[in-house]
Each structure stands twice: as structure tokens, then as C-alpha cells.
Design a protein around this ligand. Structure first.
Ligand SMILES: [Zn+2]
Length: 50
């Protein structure tokens, strides 16, 4: 399971429809809305408490 960095939900990376790459790492999202939020300001969410 991956974690949606925007809302904190668990996302299955095998079935996730929404993902973004940032600095060589993939992030998965529960919805297009979370992906959009991330894409607008990836540094804020990729900050890294994983
Ligand atoms: Zn989400």
C-alpha cells in the first residue's frame, strides 16, 4: 500500500489511477483532485514523513 500524501488515505499502487512523479519518486492518489493538489505544490506534500 502506498499513502496518498495529500489526504493520508491508503492507496493500492497496483490499481491506482492517479499518480505523479516528483524527483524520481512516484506518489499515488485516491482521486484526481488529490493529484491536482499535489501537482500544484509537490514540495509541500513530498516533504517526507513516510
Ligand atoms: Zn486523497
Amino acid at each position: 500500500m502506498a499513502k496518498d500524501p495529500v489526504c493520508g488515505m491508503n492507496v493500492d499502487e497496483r490499481t491506482a489511477k492517479f499518480k505523479s512523479e516528483y524527483k524520481g519518486k512516484f506518489y499515488y492518489f485516491c482521486s484526481g483532485h488529490c493529484k491536482e493538489t499535489f501537482d500544484k505544490n509537490p514540495a509541500k506534500y513530498a516533504g517526507g514523513h513516510m
